[in-house]
Design a protein around this ligand. Structure first.
Ligand code: SF4
Ligand code: SF4
Length: 72
């Protein structure tokens, strides 16, 4: 079954993220959904820019991009 972006929720786990100088997950993201206000902080995900490709998950070397499924 193909999942709709509406039931995919991703986040950056702050305990795992190492605030890499260049975020590999954002490099892989076509929507550039990983945002940060300061260069040295962990990025956060703007899900309004996400289309659910999940390319960001395997490229993070610290497995900091984690996934949730919404259940109604
Ligand atoms: S999400 Fe992953 S690749 Fe991006 S800054 Fe955090 S640890 Fe690095
Ligand atoms: S799932 Fe795709 S579009 Fe969404 S944040 Fe990850 S790489 Fe970007």
């Amino acid at each position: 079954m193909v999942e709709s972006t509406r039931n995919i929720m991703l986040k950056v786990d702050d305990d795992l993220c190492q605030a890499c100088k260049k975020c590999f997950a954002n490099e892989a993201c076509k929507g550039k959904a990983f945002r940060r206000f300061e260069q040295d902080e962990n990025p956060f995900l703007d899900m309004s820019r996400c289309w659910g490709c999940l390319d960001c998950i395997p490229v993070c070397p610290f497995k900091a991009v984690v996934r949730h499924l919404y259940k109604k």
